[in-house]
Design a protein around this ligand. Structure first.
Ligand code: SME
Length: 158
């Protein structure tokens, strides 16, 4: 898909939300929807350098569709990483500087900050959106609320 041109972050977020809603409504297979969502996020938000999904499998998180450098963390136990913490706490976690967070599991040396947003189905966390940035402090409250909306929309394909 061609890169879209936006003048404001909110404008981009609104358009991307509509596109993701359309993808979910199209009843395409979940992996395809997640893959296309990762592409829309990575291509339209320059600070989003690694965009992927972890999906609950039993008591672990399994790496799902992603775009960015390959990660060694294909399975993450709930007692480790920022990813595990977001499932345990059932809430979004923003890490402004991964260097100072002892929970952080490194994926790439370039990563400086991270956001992990749980995806819920009813009461249960079924997966999460994980985004890494090569910039320090890349994620603010606006990213958080945008990605929480994306997560709510994606919940329908689980
Ligand atoms: N940084 C994550 C691990 C996944 S990679 O970023 C792709 C964590 O600390 O859980």
């Amino acid at each position: 898909m061609a890169k879209l041109i936006f003048h404001k972050k909110e404008e981009a977020q609104k358009e991307i939300i509509d596109r993701i809603q359309n993808l979910v409504d199209s009843d395409k297979p979940k992996d395809l929807v997640l893959n296309e969502t990762a592409r829309l996020l990575k291509e339209n938000f320059p600070k989003y350098n690694w965009v992927g999904f972890y999906l609950m499998e039993g008591n672990e998180l399994a790496l799902g569709p992603y775009l960015g450098k390959p990660t060694p963390h294909t399975r993450i136990k709930l007692d480790s990483g920022i990813c595990g913490a977001a499932v345990r706490e059932e809430q979004t976690i923003i890490v402004p500087d991964v260097k100072y967070d002892p929970r952080y599991l490194a994926c790439s040396l370039e990563t400086k900050s991270e956001i992990v947003v749980p995806i819920r189905k009813g009461e249960k966390v079924v997966g999460e959106i994980d985004i890494d940035s090569d910039e320090l402090n890349a994620f603010d409250e606006q990213d958080k609320s945008f990605l929480e909306t994306v997560s709510e929309i994606l919940s329908d394909c689980f």
